[in-house]
Design a protein around this ligand. Sequence first.
Ligand SMILES: [Zn+2]
Length: 409
Amino acid sequence: MKVLKNVRLIDGTGAAPLNDACIVVSGNKISAITTTNQSDFPADAEIVNCAGLTVLPGLIDCHDHMANHRYDLAHRWGIDEPESTRHLRTAAVLRQTLEAGYTMIRDAGGLDAGFRRAIEEGLTVGPRLLISISIISPIGGIGDRVAPSGDCCCVPGDPLLPSGVAETLADVRPVVRKMVRAGADVIKCATTGGASSRPGHGPRDSAFNLDEMQALVDEAHALDRRVMCHALGGRGLDIAIAAGVDSIEHGCYLDEDPRHLDRMAERGIVFVPTLLVYEYHRKSPQPHVRERAHQLYEHHILAIQRALAAGVKIVAGTDAGGHGHPANAGELECLMKAGLTPMQAIQAGTAWAAECCGKEAELGTIEAGKLADLVVVNGDPLAEIAILRDAKNIALVLKDGEIAANRMS
Ligand SMILES: [Zn+2]
């Protein structure tokens, strides 16, 4: 048994902080939340005095690419370094992410199931992982690996990361099944280009027609997998919502048609804006990327504000990977700047994020009976959310009831 005493508790439900609370962890679960004057704990209980510290639910990033480390073609094709070096690089990022207070990551493509297994077996440390394997798109979509020269990727396919290109309607269901066979917990697809996609396939250029997307969503749901869909604007965004995906990733031009957000609210489709990546793209050396990122900025902020008003759930996702692995909590700060309150920003990275992942019964809030994923923070993130960006302020991380990082002494 572990007892966190004298904590200032932000439980993730949106309730006001509770001072002088006491969190009791038995095995991998939170067994009780009591007041500090309780003292009748068993003699072998490990008591941690958290006076002056704040405790939050373990943080969750709903859109990350843990196995990507740069945007350049050689890296994306996997020819810039030995595969073993790259895997160890990814393992280092997994450790660093957990130690920064992120106890769950939903990977949006590129991470193979071996990492999840290695963490579960204790070979390496990292957050809980929900993985999507490869991005599914049609020919010419963002999952299709083509160089500016027109050459297709020359590197032999990795059996752990099957190709996500669905060439025809008939291919869509088999490609979904291949992702599930390779270990996907969630299906990632794309119905538009993005800021960093090739010239000619931009944020409002569509990929997939409605029949194809309908088949994709039906097949994923038949296999009990949610669908996270990269969709920025135009027809592709409309098709993704009409097909009933579970979350819209990026959603930069959701402000352009008022029906989008109304339909998302009605169907419970979550919005994952990924603001942090566009800060990076606005400084991109590639003119077409920089221009797209500047053009979408004001729309994106408006989309977030209208989503809040429409009752669409907004959750935090960094889209880290290509732009390196900066502190994931930077996204919470971006969400606040876009109009969320500090408490909403924390919920976007805890309780609401757990709902987006389908894990709300076990994770996302600090309540008796839930899994003990907890972050102890030096300072008050409600007063200054930026403190979460600095790992020095992350005093203690518990994942599954075990200490994953300890900077307390
Ligand atoms: Zn992404």
